[in-house]
Design a protein around this ligand. Structure first.
Ligand SMILES: [Zn+2]
Length: 290
């Protein structure tokens, strides 16, 4: 059985901490480097439900995509939400390690897993990492669909392939438009519209699209603007957990560690309900604009 320090070295090799954004908080949050590791749980969010799941699983290490503390704190008292997570993990003998923006830009990274879940063929990064001599690392991925689909079909395809959430998938654009090329970016991607336009793709799938950036991205003079698909943030990043677990399995096999990796299926997207609006019905013409 490997020591936590050995497993952390392997995780750092997969997602080097120095490739994280300057504002990010990646790496090991808690854990004794000398502790032995057998069971590892992968999840998107280090929330209480996931900490509890790690305890009932008997995990020794929890690896999450999102940081527990993005900014500094002066307390880990169990009377605080995040402090309770820390207490739960330490009492359970469970280390917590975070791979966030360093996993976003990795090869393979978060968007490779998202593209894989959608059966897409990746042609390159959406925003290449200038320091990668192979041109494969970077934010987002530009992809080709396995076969052309209408926007309506692609929206249904994404809803069927990504893990189920209350939000599902919403789309912006002509539902009958034929989509052949798609940019994807796991997590909040509305800062990437310039790159999406420059890539000339038919559509862009990401999460957390806000009114103004989405509205502006769907208007244009001349070139046809990309159609947009907006999925639940958690759903776009969950496929990375399976990919990451498989990567650690491969390392474990190479070293003969015998690690047992698990992927949490607990939906931690904060949105828990959704109702489609009642379709507009034809109304009488009194007061109609002239
Ligand atoms: Zn995220």
């Amino acid at each position: 059985m490997p020591a936590l320090s050995e497993v952390l070295t392997a995780l750092d090799a997969l997602w080097p901490a120095e490739r994280a954004e300057g504002w990010d908080a990646v790496g090991t949050v808690c854990g004794d480097p000398a502790a032995q590791v057998e069971r590892v749980l992968f999840a998107v969010d280090p929330v209480q439900a996931i900490a509890d799941e790690a305890v009932s699983l008997g995990a020794d290490l929890l690896v999450t995509h999102h940081p527990l503390y993005l900014r500094g704190t002066t307390t880990v008292a169990a009377s605080t939400v995040k402090g309770k997570v820390v207490h739960t993990l330490i009492r359970g003998g469970i280390a917590l390690h975070v791979a966030h923006t360093n996993a976003d830009t990795a090869d393979p990274g978060v968007s490779d897993a998202l593209a894989g879940a959608l059966d897409l063929r990746i042609t390159g990064p959406l925003v290449p990492d200038a320091t990668d001599p192979h041109g494969r690392r970077g934010l987002g991925r530009i992809c080709e669909l396995p076969h052309p689909m209408t926007l309506a079909e692609l929206t249904a395809h994404a809803a069927a392939r990504l893990p189920a959430t209350a939000q599902g998938i919403r789309a912006a654009g002509d539902p009958e438009r034929v989509i052949r090329t798609l940019a994807v970016s796991g997590g909040s991607g509305d800062s990437l519209f310039d790159a999406v336009r420059a890539a000339g793709v038919d559509a862009f799938l990401t999460a957390d699209l806000r009114h103004h950036p989405a509205s502006e991205a769907t208007q244009s003079v001349g070139a046809v603007p990309p159609a947009l698909l907006d999925a639940a943030h958690w759903a776009t990043e969950w496929p990375w957990c399976e990919q990451a677990a498989a990567q650690l399995d491969a390392v474990s096999d190479r070293h003969g560690w015998g690690l047992r990796t698990h992927v949490s299926r607990t939906v931690t997207d904060p949105w828990t309900a959704h109702a489609a609006s009642v379709p507009p019905t034809p109304t009488h013409t009194t007061g109609a604009p002239r």
